[in-house]
Design a protein around this ligand. Sequence first.
Ligand code: GLY
Length: 521
Amino acid sequence: MKKGGSAADATVVAQLVLTLVEPQSSGIGGGAFALFWHNKTAQLDSYDGRETAPLNAKENYFFDDNNQPLKWDFDTVRAAKSVGVPGTLALLKKMHQQYGKLPWNDLLDKVIKIAKSGYILDKKIHRNLIFAQKNGLNPSFETAYNFYFQKNGEPKPTGTVLKNPAFAQTLETLKIDGIGAFYGGSIAKKILKSIYKADKQAKPGQEINLKDFASYQVKMRPAICSVYRHYKICGMGPPSSGALTTGQILGMLNNFNMQKIGFSAKGIHLFSEASKLAYADRALYMADSDFVDMPIQGLLDTHYLNKRAQLIKQKTAAKTPVSAGNPPAKNAHSLSPSWQKERPSTSHFNVVDADGNVVSITTTIEQGFGSGIMVGGFMLNNELTDFSFAAETNGKKIANRVEGGKRPRSSMSPSIVFAQNQPILAIGSPGGSRIIGYVAKAIVAILDWKMPLKQALDLGNFGNRNSKTTELEKGGNSAVFQNDLEKLGHNIKITPMNSGLTAIKINSDGTLKTARDRRRE
Ligand code: GLY
């Protein structure tokens, strides 16, 4: 950026470097959602770089030999089947074509230099390697194993300088042959070979194939915006449930004076009740809208959300699971809900450049170290396990079931907050299906509770995803409200809630304030 690069250029480099230094969370073997605010034209673009199911996948993709949906477990995660066609690289290229200023190859050169000269295996990679090893990252994933583990089976120690010539070579190939090498060319062929080498159970023809790579498209989607107080909050629409679910929580909270109520048992109660109702709608309606007729406008309809908010009792917690509502829309009511497991992972970063352009991007390979399959110096995702493994219950189809070419539902919530049509905040977080609550909490803490940025991110997490328990963060200052919340009828679970919020606040004089979550490095 000092050389005149734009927010798009910085995003390209940051994401490619994250592929090296946060291999457990994101990279070009995964998918991402990004918002780009182009200041000069006052245009907000949203990029869907989500991974995609094989074109020939059927709704029994995750069924066992008895034609029953598989159980979510690490055998399914660390497998060829879980790998979707990665979209992150195509997203970066598209954003660069639209808004980049520096030559693409120069950006790649910067990262090639780091890959060759080396970078540190830090505490977080180390911790994640220990977790991944206990959860299916075994020596049969030879490439990853040889790269990250010692001969004695221990992860390489913290502080090891890792050099990644294979990633440097991948980027060199992209420089010469363009991203076509990845989307159907030599890199795609290498990826497919690695998938079958790592997973001997895989049945070629069932998992992703060359045609799937060649037909991958980044989709430009309308950003989903909702109104909170006198702010506009914009985020990522389907296949992410992020902006719709945060928008629903905030839309219901518009009915309460959260500023006066403050960070208190009552504030957490109202937030958790709104969250239960929003997650109920999420489970029933939200999926890839290219395949499912989704009531997108209806879910954020003010009248509908005000009516949903009337279900919230000020002094009593609703019994869970609460039911989904009936948003105003046609064809929306024939589905069955699903609660697919999404465990904490993923990464988020924001960029603001000298021209006032803003990027908010959440990026993932799903589980820590994804499918466990490493190729060309990067990890391949296991994003397809974000689909519902079951296709229907009680004769009703599940919106987030597998279909050929479909994108699995996500919770990723890259967000930009606007005041009078000017961006004032870029924010997002990793954290699986808790992402939505983390982002909504921070927005309430900043806009209603007027907390300084860092304090808002660090505030003890809380929420209820329409499950049996209302969660309060172990070690967070939200846990002090346990007794008061129990008196309101909440079944409290004190649990680690490892958000990784990062935010940039854009002040009215153009100066910036940045903050990151205390919970992450
Ligand atoms: N795999 C995490 C998400 O997409 O929300």
